[in-house]
Design a protein around this ligand. Structure first.
Ligand code: SF4
Length: 391
């Protein structure tokens, strides 16, 4: 089906692997799909999109921060994708598109599979309400994922946040905290398996949601990791991760964390936010830098990697200097290694806590200073922007 003579200005290249791709010859247009025909990402004439399982769309122009589109705007992106995928299917059916074959793929069979996938993808993109309804039957909203897990397969062992009162965070507002029991977790995993279908193949990591999954009892956590291994083997390739706060993970012993590691857990993302205890109190974050340090020590002894979150702009002008100095001091004392990460997020909004907030440009300047002050060790400092988070 590799008929390059048939290329026109509409020329399309289609490839099939763990994900499928449709590209125009000049790369101005590109759609990425999972193997159920669900749109994952795309770009059209410089506008980049990422598409969630619930048909939500994040869009950005080059160099800009991604923006969550309104449902109407997102649906228009999906409608354009649907038209484009139908056009690619028609070109392929006429032998006017190039089909890139992976090693050992039979050309006729691949062509048949690609045609079916493109048509299914176009139909899905035309019915975003169906995608939203199917998602809502299985998941509560997945509000954030850390940057090492953006393409993870999420299993919601818990829902919401057990605390929910940090002044800078409204992520789980309106989501009552719940720990799933054995049966509810099994039903959830069944639902995830049915929802993702062949699309699970392109996910190489598991994330145990939501904000404090480690508050679930050990049998539930082990059940989740065992189900992940049994049902989604590809997704366990890079191991599993979870958020943990010092207040929710502190009760976990080294032996328990080692058991979770043996079951597939690899990294805990620990909410530090700041090394200043006074600032944490002002933010109503119910942990202390010492408790974070102890949790990191126990996690390391259990063989787990950690990622520590730091919030640029927290505490505004009131804590500006103290936040930078104390955070650098605490992070540098954590004994982080090459497998560990520091996630540096810009504060979005005022952050509350009765302080004088920094202007957005000042938050960016503080993020640059923190990036400098927190770097230089064997660990990596990674930007973490919640606005880029989509599942
Ligand atoms: S503990 Fe984490 S998820 Fe919960 S309110 Fe605080 S920052 Fe938000």
């Amino acid at each position: 089906v590799n008929d390059s003579n048939a290329r026109t200005s509409n020329a399309r290249t289609i490839s099939l692997g763990a994900t499928a791709h449709v590209r125009s010859a000049d790369e101005a247009l590109h759609w990425a799909l999972d193997l159920e025909g669900r749109l994952l990402a795309g770009h059209e004439d410089g506008l980049h999109h990422r598409v969630g399982l619930d048909a939500s769309v994040l869009s950005r122009t080059p160099g800009a921060v991604p923006r969550r589109t309104s449902p109407e705007e997102g649906d228009r992106v999906l409608a354009r994708a649907a038209a484009s995928l139908r056009e690619a299917a028609a070109l392929l059916a006429r032998g006017e598109a190039t089909l890139e074959l992976a090693d050992g793929q039979d050309p006729e069979r691949a062509r048949h599979v690609a045609l079916g996938l493109l048509e299914r993808a176009a139909a899905r993109a035309d019915r975003p309400d169906d995608e939203r309804a199917a998602f809502a039957r299985v998941y509560r909203p997945v509000r954030m994922l850390p940057p090492d897990s953006t393409n993870a397969l999420v299993l919601q062992v818990t829902e919401g946040c057990s605390w929910g009162r940090c002044t800078f965070c409204s992520l789980y507002e309106g989501v009552p905290f719940r720990v799933k029991d054995e049966r509810a977790l099994l039903e959830h995993v069944d639902g995830v398996e049915a929802l993702l279908g062949a699309g699970a193949a392109q996910r190489t990591r598991v994330f145990l949601g939501d904000a404090n999954a480690l508050l679930a009892p050990m049998p539930r956590l082990l059940q989740a990791l065992a189900l992940a291994r049994a049902r989604f083997p590809a997704a366990t390739r890079d191991g599993a991760g979870a958020f943990v706060d010092a207040f929710s993970g502190r009760g976990r012993t080294e032996d328990e964390l080692r058991a979770l590691r043996d079951a597939g857990l690899r990294r805990l993302t620990v909410g530090l936010e700041s090394g200043s205890l006074a600032l944490l109190r002002s933010l109503r974050k119910p942990s202390t830098p010492d408790a974070v340090a102890e949790l990191v020590r126990v996690a390391h002894r259990a063989g787990l990697a950690v990622a520590v979150t730091v919030l640029a702009g927290a505490g505004g002008r009131t804590f500006e200097r103290e936040h930078e100095v104390e955070t650098a001091r605490v992070v540098r004392a954590l004994d982080l290694g090459p497998s560990d990460l520091v996630f540096l997020s810009p504060l979005v909004g005022s952050g509350g806590g009765g302080v004088e907030p920094l202007e957005p440009a000042e938050v960016s300047a503080q993020a640059r200073r923190l990036n400098e002050a927190l770097g230089g060790g064997p660990w990596r400092v990674v930007p973490y922007d919640l606005r880029r988070s989509i599942f």
